[in-house]
Design a protein around this ligand. Structure first.
Ligand code: HEM
Length: 399
């Protein structure tokens, strides 16, 4: 059976504004679709996404001798510094190297260490909200971004005066993760990766000379069976923690507040009406900040009745899976009392989000403070234009 072919409208403005009606149509027509431009097989149903995440027939690592068929997909290895910051990115690794590296990173990133950041988060969140102009401010630039970057900065042990540089590098580098990447964005990502790489090397040197209670110091020290992380592995991990952690958390705060407004749900005292944990999970499900991840097929596989040959590539559409009516009753509705809260926004299987405990705590502290206010949108916020990393350019609000 041939997989139905489509031209995925991932740069179409209307689609970016609200991809869910189109994704619903896709799910209803067929669980799998082939995007003719990128050559990716798009996986739209919740159960299939879960199966791909758990199956060994799908890999996040590029297979040896893989021949790139589509000119629209950037070969990340062509960009030297981008690749230096990517080579040991957990997201791209599989098998023993992935489990060993992940084990070491997890040791330096325990729940206890994350919980220790709570007082810092509370202080920072309150401080930022006290500083805003309550009649009009940008929820992202004035609150979510400085909040999230300072939490990651505090976790890692990065000097505060360098946060702006970190933010710029992160924004430039993550553009490489979209479905189709322009040459201009790829070059900007390469330059940012170079600066970041050099900066990190110096920072690790100074941490080694004078270790602190922070993640960069811990990553340099942590060991298991006499194994330690190499310099490049630490650099790739720090960059991953920043990129994976920062944007997704900022966009979850933004997407969530807009979602509440769009669904006519009052923000004031919301945390007193429902469990804060249920609010967080439901809002992350409803508008996932990360819409897709790619996997290579490493063994001929059948999925929902279709053959997927070895060396083909798939994209698991997390946002679509989260709106699948076969998995969630009335999936289009925001419902803080739904029984099934097991969405795919934090991924699944061996690549399940390593920072989910930090993200959940950041969101809990943040929402608890934000929900002390009635937050009103002052204008219709504009989406960034990217499909993969789903967020807004800015969100003008009053509280
Ligand atoms: C709301 C916020 C967040 C969301 C929605 C999110 C989502 C995800 C998803 C979907 C994956 C799996 C990717 C895949 O399947 O290939 C992932 C992996 C990962 N996330 Fe998060 N994330 C968030 C916050 C964070 C934070 C705050 C950190 C750390 C500072 C973090 C660190 C990581 C890391 C290190 C991985 C790679 C794990 C691996 O490949 O073994 N994330 N995240």
């Amino acid at each position: 059976m041939d997989i139905p072919q489509i031209s995925f409208p991932n740069t179409d403005k209307e689609f970016i504004n609200n991809p869910y009606p189109y994704l619903k149509e896709l799910r209803e027509k067929s669980p799998l679709h082939l995007d003719v431009e990128s050559g990716l097989v798009l996986i739209t149903h919740f159960d299939d996404v879960k199966n791909v995440q758990k199956s060994k027939n799908f890999s996040s690592s590029e297979p040896e001798n893989y021949e790139k068929k589509e000119a629209t997909i950037v070969d990340k290895k062509d960009y030297e510094f981008f690749w230096k910051t990517e080579e040991f990115n957990l997201l791209n690794l599989e098998g023993t190297i992935h489990s060993e590296l992940r084990g070491l990173v997890a040791k330096a990133f325990s729940n206890r260490q994350v919980q220790e950041l709570r007082p810092f988060m509370e202080r920072k969140s309150k401080e930022l909200l006290e500083k805003v102009n309550r009649d009009s401010f940008d929820l992202l630039a004035d609150y979510a971004q400085p909040y999230s970057i300072s939490v990651i900065g505090e976790l890692l042990g990065v000097p505060e005066e360098d946060y702006d540089k970190f933010l710029y590098w992160s924004h430039a580098i993550v553009k490489m993760y979209d479905l189709k990447v322009s040459d201009e964005s790829a070059l900007e990502a390469e330059n940012a990766a170079k600066e970041f790489y050099i900066y990190m090397n110096n920072l690790i040197d100074s941490k080694n000379a004078d270790p602190q209670n922070d993640m960069i110091s811990r990553l340099s020290q942590v060991s298991e069976n006499d194994q330690k992380l190499t310099r490049d592995q630490i650099i790739c991990t720090v960059i991953l923690l920043l990129n994976a952690g920062h944007e997704a958390t900022v966009n979850t705060i933004g997407n969530s507040i807009v979602a509440l407004n769009q669904n006519d749900i009052e923000t004031k005292d919301l945390h007193k009406k429902f469990e804060i944990k249920d609010i967080i999970e439901e809002l992350i499900r409803w508008d996932s900040p990360l819409q897709f991840f790619q996997r290579w097929v490493v063994e001929d596989t059948e999925l929902s009745g279709y053959e997927l040959p070895r060396n083909s590539k798939v994209a698991i559409l997390l946002g679509s899976a989260n709106r699948d009516n076969l998995a969630f009753s009335e999936a289009e509705k925001v419902d803080f009392e739904r029984e099934n809260l097991s969405h795919t926004s934090f991924g699944g299987g061996v690549h399940f989000c390593l920072g989910a405990h930090l993200a959940r705590l950041e969101l809990e502290v943040s929402f608890q403070n934000l929900f002390n206010y009635d937050i009103q949108l002052l204008a219709n916020p504009e989406r960034t234009g990217a499909f993969g990393i789903r967020g807004f350019k800015n969100i003008l609000v009053k509280i």
